[in-house]
Write a protein that binds this ligand. Structure first.
Ligand code: NAP
Length: 270
């Protein structure tokens, strides 16, 4: 149990990679704040997100081990309430994982202001708000006696923090921003003994890739670009995140760890 005694926040944890990270954190002994995107009362999508998040809480071991809290990561007041709610439930915050993310596929000339702002707000403003709020909490609380690091931040970036992906310009710009957020903050946060790193997944089998996974030709095309010959699994990303959140990675900060079956080495753009 590498994370016993820690409290960890995972954004966008009701599905895909975030869900796998939450479950793995719980298995490693952490108490988990399961963030999900809520929505207005009566919205069926909001109800199903809540049900999914509550299922993750149950799979983590129930209310003694995890709590589901709705918040839009791009809205400061909601992020502050998220962290406050988690701390009220479990007393502290030691690990924050910026996992929530969205993508919109569109030729550049058709992208609207709203679409651009939405992707940047969730994928880049979200990690800014969550990291700032989490670090303030980490610095305000007593350090754990068995931790050199006062806290750990892990960003779920993408191979597209570096590799171009035509028709996903806002997504690539947001993930490129996460890369520099990680590198800059490694310098500013190291004197506070807070690590920040990114994991850059390649093609992982999750709902975000549903359209590719459901189309045999698109699946074949995607697989042809992955030297390892298969999609990654959310659980594999979770394994990397646990290591980065553990004391074994205390001397690691400001790096991006690719987890892509060697895709990024072969592909210079999609
Ligand atoms: P996913 O299942 O769609 O997970 C994304 C999660 O973020 C969803 O639960 C989504 O909720 C949530 N979310 C969206 N907007 C939010 C907001 N404003 N506030 C809070 N939560 C919000 O896809 P995934 O593949 O696990 O993606 C997780 C992360 O991995 C993303 O940052 C993505 O860019 C990154 N990534 C994924 C891959 C891949 O191949 N899967 C590759 C590279 C990077 P709803 O679904 O309810 O809207």
């Amino acid at each position: 149990m590498r994370l016993a005694g820690r409290v960890a926040l995972v954004t966008g944890a009701s599905s895909g990679i975030g869900r796998a990270i939450a479950l793995r954190f719980a298995a490693e002994g952490a108490k988990v704040i399961v963030n999900y995107l809520g929505g207005p009362d009566g919205d069926p999508k909001a109800a199903s997100r809540k049900a999914d998040a509550e299922a993750v809480v149950a799979a983590c071991g129930g209310p003694d081990r995890a709590i589901a809290i709705a918040a839009d990561v791009s809205v400061r007041e909601q992020v502050e309430a998220l962290v406050q709610g988690g701390v009220a439930a479990f007393g502290r915050l030691d690990i924050a994982v910026n996992n929530a993310g969205i993508e919109i596929k569109k030729p550049f000339l058709e992208v609207t202001d709203h679409e651009w702002d939405l992707v940047i707000a969730v994928n880049l403003r979200g990690p800014f708000l969550v990291t700032q709020t989490a670090v303030r909490q980490m610095m305000a609380q007593e350090p754990l006696p068995d931790m050199e690091a006062r806290g750990k931040i892990v960003n779920i970036s993408s191979t597209h923090e570096d590799i171009p992906f035509p028709q996903y310009t806002a997504y690539c710009a947001s993930k490129g921003g996460v890369r520099m957020l990680t590198r800059n903050l490694a310098i500013e946060l190291s004197p506070m003994k807070i690590n920040i790193n990114s994991v850059a997944p390649g093609a992982i089998a999750t709902p975000i890739n549903q359209s590719v996974l459901q189309d045999p030709q698109e699946t074949k095309n995607a697989l042809s670009e992955i030297p390892w010959g298969r999609f990654g699994k959310p659980e594999e990303v979770a394994g990397m995140v646990v290591w980065l959140a553990s004391p074994e990675a205390d001397y690691v900060s400001g790096s991006t760890f690719y987890q892509d079956g060697a895709l990024a080495l072969q592909v210079t753009q999609y």
